[in-house]
Ligand binder design. Structure first.
Ligand code: GDP
Length: 297
């Protein structure tokens, strides 16, 4: 399971408090030191860890936890609540347009899982809302990307709009949206191009697409397995595009958890979905409280 190292270390840190009727400040300091190391080892952003530790420590001291009934339980509760807060507190739903179609623009680095996630999201909307989405193939730099999206569309029974690789992506996006309006689609999901790393040309083009179609939702697709690089990438995209939500992919293979725990705090943008596998059905709404409980084991 994902994050097993972190879970084990957090449990060990807190185990030492168990059964103690009273916790000394030194006990608390030692526990917090171990929690801090566990989070850093999980590749959580340094500043995020520092703030987290300080908040938990202040709350534990301030609320007379150290003297109260079952202090270790109370500290676990505080850690649980603060982890939840760190990841955004509440699940945040997709932004919807007042009038159909809702325009969703996917963005992210190549390989992060954009195309796959576009398909997964279309299937989710189709299954759960009975919606009729349209997928738009707007990655013209990787010819295989169009084929990939068409294959995905066929697999989930969702139409794909494409104009090949010779048309400007801004134009494709615009015509894709026009097609969705014409066909009364509820959603139009635009799969944009990625690069191996952030570059000016790519960001310029994404900004142009955004300005042209004015999406209701700009989802940034981030590979959680890349840890702090994922967080830096998220900051870069967010600075350029002012994204409205994050999708963390490949959580099924993420043994550390640093990206999941840092992205919200660093970018101040909500994680809306998580990808937990390669199948089209492997996309889930992100619930910070459930994730915190899962991390604490
Ligand atoms: P893109 O370049 O951003 O469009 O990335 P793709 O959608 O082509 O995905 C790259 C690879 O990551 C593919 O092999 C996907 O099957 C895989 N992938 C995407 N999301 C997930 C996920 O949540 N879990 C796992 N295990 N693999 C994923």
């Amino acid at each position: 399971m994902a994050f097993e190292g972190l879970t084990e270390r957090l449990q060990n840190a807190m185990k030492k408090l168990r059964g103690k009727g009273k916790i000394s400040e030194a006990d608390l300091r030692e526990t917090m030191r171990e929690i801090r190391l566990a989070l850093l080892e999980a590749d959580v952003n340094f500043t995020v860890v520092r703030n987290f530790v300080k908040t938990v420590q202040d709350r534990a001291k301030g609320s007379e936890v150290l003297e109260g009934l079952n202090p270790s339980q109370q500290i676990i509760k505080i850690v649980d609540e603060e982890l939840t807060k760190m990841m955004g507190d509440e699940a945040v739903p997709l932004n919807k347009a007042p009038k159909i179609p809702t325009i969703i623009m996917m963005s992210g680095l190549q390989g992060a899982g954009k195309t796959t996630t576009a398909g997964k999201l279309a299937l989710k909307l189709k299954d759960e809302e009975n919606a009729r989405p349209l997928l738009v193939a707007d990655d013209v730099y990787r010819p295989a990307a169009i084929d990939q999206l068409e294959t995905v569309g066929e697999q989930i029974g969702v139409p794909v709009f494409q104009l090949g690789t010779d048309v400007d992506p801004v134009e494709i996006a615009k015509r894709g949206v026009a097609k969705a309006i014409e066909d009364h689609n509820d959603y139009v999901i635009i799969d944009t191009a990625g690069r191996l790393q952030i570059d000016e040309a790519l960001m310029g083009q994404l900004k142009n697409i955004k300005a042209e179609v004015q999406p209701n939702e700009i989802l940034l697709v981030i590979d959680s397995m890349t840890g702090q690089n994922a967080v830096n990438t998220a900051e870069g995209f967010n600075d350029a595009l002012d994204v409205t939500g994050v999708v963390l992919t490949k959580l099924d293979g993420d043994t550390r958890g640093g990206a999941a725990l840092s992205i919200r705090a660093v970018t101040d943008k909500p994680i809306k979905f998580v990808g937990q596998g390669e199948k089209m059905s492997d996309l889930d709404v992100f619930y910070p409280d459930r994730m915190a409980s899962r991390i604490l084991g």
